[in-house]
Design a protein around this ligand. Structure first.
Ligand code: ARG
Length: 594
């Protein structure tokens, strides 16, 4: 059945054509005034000028044509204002589409897979190894995960890449800090020929203390900074002791990352990072130089990325620093070389903090300009995200002003969920293990929904009380709605009742619900086009509200008319399936019961 907007547009476009007006004016949208219409077409207004006709006159002819050709589809076609064509779907047509959606054998609820599937790489997470995940990693992880699921569901070839920050100055700083603490370790002995110890000399917990120490030392102690920079370039050049240490950091960090992202139900297909493109940098720089894009300036190798249209000053991009080391620009450029080579993507979406817009602007310009990426073939997009703030409007901190670790944050939301569940005496009779599972799901749903409901580019304030409420636009409310709907279906099944043919809506509440269900394919396309999961959140919430109204209006389990009852069960089943699908695309899982 596909997109209802497309289906209706086809019908209306034909009517325009039959009236001698270009098909393109037949575009149909969801009505902005639902009390007047379900869908509307504003094309008569747009066509008036080029056709030198009165828009109402065009509207009138199109309307008459539709009354003739599409009487089954529409129960009401009317003209409003200067020439809007208002459309109300006939109840029988509506029900037949709902039925089609409910019985879609592909299990996709009427959502067709993309006709022209794209290869999409989503770069999200972006943790720096050797540093614990913190509140700054919440949005990129949650949004990236949702975009990945959405893109994949729509049938695109999608790969999520964590793109670890594992090759820069922080690693050099840690290595030097370790040397200061214990210079006798074999990693620092340039004449040592191995093998190096199998056991890492530090744990993740150690790193959580070592890195901040090293980083602040680097800010105040010039000599230390110089040594850290030197160590970074020696690591990049392949000094064995430093590489061995780096390998240890990687192994312990990745295990920790998997655990932490796992608790958020965020996962990655590719565990690549900056280090993986090390060998691509030199040939890339050589080619950039040979082609005249990169040149030597004060010891560094730079690329001009100015554009004539720039209003502000645009400094050149530095691919190689004067000390020979490479930084974030070079690794991001080489990663594009690698992605083009290995995956030939149509899109790369960088779900990265909006404060990095300038960085990506420069990198994208450099790779397009130099032909590393073909602008006509591959779309590099910084699908940036805002931050999670505290009450002061600045990035959320701990009570004493420290960095809020992701682990602590996740523990906080799960604790709160436990407390809330106890307050409403939910799940109290269930086995302890199940109770804990429910608390985790509720906590994660609270956090993820609160994050995703905001447009990705905006910031929002962390408000645990509000996020974990069972009322309003929250994750827990939606879980509750899904679980309750499912329990109704379970009760029906126990009484031997099952879903059947979906009938025309029995009242306005059911009509709204069926209309909402039919919006699914268009909604998913829209969220995808906008790279914006918040539209999925709005939809899930509105669907849950529509279901509540429907459920209050009709006593499904007491209904005497069997066909009517079976139809309502069909609508309820479809609603819970769609709700769970959308929650899954948000990366939120629903407990069996609550
Ligand atoms: N590691 C980076 C940081 O912490 C984020 C990486 C984002 N991805 C990218 N391709 N640059 O700022």
């Amino acid at each position: 059945m596909a997109s209802i907007k497309h289906t209706l547009t086809n019908i209306v476009a034909e009517a325009f054509e039959a009236c001698g007006i270009d098909k393109k004016y037949g575009t149909v949208e969801v009505s902005t005034r639902r009390e007047l219409a379900d869908y509307q077409c504003n094309g008569a207004l747009a066509a008036a000028k080029p056709y030198k006709m009165n828009p109402r006159q065009i509207g009138q002819s199109v309307m008459e044509k539709l009354q003739e050709t599409a009487a089954d589809t529409f129960s009401e076609i009317s003209l409003a204002g200067p020439g809007f064509i208002n459309l109300r779907l006939s109840d029988s047509w509506l029900a037949s589409l709902t039925q089609e959606m409910a019985t879609d054998a592909s299990g996709r609820y009427g959502v067709d897979p993309a006709a022209d599937p794209k290869m999409i790489i989503i770069d999200y997470g972006g943790p720096n190894v050797a540093k614990p995940l913190h509140v700054g990693h919440v949005r990129t992880g949650i949004i990236g995960e949702s975009l990945k699921r959405l893109s994949r569901f729509l049938g695109h070839n999608t790969l999520g890449d964590i793109h670890m920050g594992d090759w820069g100055l922080p690693i050099g700083q840690i290595i030097m800090e370790l040397e200061d603490r214990d210079p006798t370790m074999p990693y620092f002995d340039a004449s040592f020929s191995g093998p190096y110890p199998e056991q890492s000399p530090v744990t993740v917990t150690d790193l959580a203390e070592i890195y901040p120490t090293a980083s602040s030392k680097s800010k105040t102690d010039e000599e230390f900074r110089a040594r850290a920079q030197q160590a970074t370039s020696e690591l990049q050049e392949g000094r064995p002791g430093y590489r061995a240490l780096w390998q240890h950091f990687m192994t312990i960090s990745i295990a920790d990352l998997k655990k932490n992202y796992g608790s958020l139900q965020v996962d990655f297909d590719l565990w690549l990072g900056e280090a993986d493109v090390n060998d691509l940098i030199e040939p890339m720089v050589e080619k950039l130089k040979a082609d005249g894009f990169a040149y030597l300036s004060e010891g560094a190798i730079i690329i001009d990325v100015k554009d004539d249209a720039d209003k502000k000053e645009m400094e050149p991009l530095m691919v190689v620093r004067s000390n020979g080391s490479v930084g974030y620009e070079a690794t991001d450029m080489a990663t594009i070389v690698q992605r083009v080579r290995d995956y030939d993507p149509d899109f790369v979406w960088y779900v990265v903090d909006g404060r990095q817009q300038h960085h990506f602007k420069k990198v994208f310009r450099a790779v397009y300009k130099s032909g590393i990426a073909d602008k006509n073939k591959i779309s590099l997009e910084h699908t940036y995200n805002g931050t999670v703030n505290g009450p002061d409007g600045k990035p959320f901190k701990t009570r004493d002003g420290g960095v809020m670790s992701l682990q602590v944050l996740v523990e906080m939301v799960i604790d709160k969920a436990r407390q809330r569940l106890a307050e409403i005496d939910s799940a109290s009779g269930y086995p302890a293990e199940e109770q804990e599972d429910i608390a985790q799901k509720v906590g994660i749903a609270a956090l993820k929904f609160a994050d995703l409901v905001n447009h990705r580019t905006g910031d929002y304030a962390f408000d645990l009380e509000r996020f974990s409420s069972f009322e309003g636009r929250t994750g827990p409310y939606l879980l509750y709605a899904a679980v309750r709907n499912r329990s109704i279906l379970r009760k029906a099944a126990e009484e031997g009742l099952s879903a059947g043919q979906i009938l025309p809506p029995a009242g306005p509440e059911e009509r709204e619900l069926q209309l909402k269900l039919l919006e699914l394919p268009d909604l998913l396309d829209f969220a995808f086009d906008q790279r914006a999961p918040n539209h999925l959140c709005d939809y899930a919430y509105n669907l849950a509200i529509a279901f509540n109204r429907f459920y209050r209006a009709h006593h499904i389990l007491n209904e005497k008319d069997e066909a009517q009852q079976a139809s309502w069960l069909g609508v309820a089943q479809l609603t819970v399936d769609v709700l769970e699908l959308v929650l899954d695309l948000l990366g939120i899982s629903v407990p069996e019961r609550m």
